[in-house]
Write a protein that binds this ligand. Structure first.
Ligand code: TMP
Length: 208
């Protein structure tokens, strides 16, 4: 694979969507061919699955169905957008990817890590990030920030303890895979976070 696959992860309100836009500007200014995308979503079919997943009306959605829908959206996203872009030598920046399933469905919903791994194998078929940046901050602060964005979606409505399990799992993943995953303190001002992310990514793509 010729391209580079970078993902931004973290709990609700961690600032990753803002930072993804800033990182795209930086890499585009450096002359790289960049594709930005998100999960769940990134393609028309996967965006349709996203609408189901986040709709607060689907209170009855089971943990198993939820996990399969996230995996289905990912399978489509990988096949239709991510893998072709990487094969064309582009840098793909994704707002969330499979680590979110490990954190939200594994730790959050208590689905076994064996099942989560099976879902990852099916959905990604080996397409995995080269670099993952986790924006970390306390769950209570993230939820406070997310609440400013309007009515909470189905996942944001989960209790604080759920979001604390998710945060803990992201930190565990970072600890387990230090070569791929880096943690950035997302509680600082946007510019400080932006600079640290740029430095991490420049190290990976080569300093200007
Ligand atoms: P977003 O709000 O960051 O766009 O993400 C959508 C929501 O979906 C967010 O609450 C996290 C959740 N999510 C999962 O539970 N599992 C997943 O695999 C992904 C990609 C997102």
């Amino acid at each position: 694979m010729k391209g580079l696959f970078i993902t931004l992860e973290g709990i609700e309100g961690c600032g990753k969507s803002t930072q993804l836009g800033l990182l795209r500007e930086h890499l585009a200014a450096r002359g790289f061919d960049v594709v930005t995308t998100r999960e769940p979503g990134g393609t028309p079919a996967a965006e349709a699955v996203r609408a189901i997943l986040l709709d607060p009306a689907h209170k009855a959605l089971s943990s198993t169905a939820e996990a399969l829908l996230y995996a289905a959206a990912r399978a489509q996203h990988v096949d239709e957008l991510i893998r072709p872009a990487l094969e064309a030598g582009k840098i793909v920046l994704s707002d969330r990817f499979a680590d979110s399933t490990t954190a939200y469905q594994g730790a959050g919903r208590a689905i076994s890590m064996e099942t989560i791994q099976t879902l990852h194998n099916i959905a990604t078929r080996g397409t995995w990030p080269d670099l993952t940046i986790i924006l970390d901050l306390p769950a209570v602060e993230g939820l406070r920030r997310a609440a400013r964005g309007g009515a909470p979606d189905r996942i944001e409505q989960e209790p604080l303890a759920f979001h604390e399990r998710v945060r803990g799992e992201f930190l565990r993943i970072a600890h387990a895979e230090p070569d791929r995953v880096r943690v950035v303190d997302g509680s600082r001002p946007v510019d400080a976070v932006k600079q640290e992310i740029r430095d991490l990514v420049d190290q990976r793509v080569g300093a200007p």
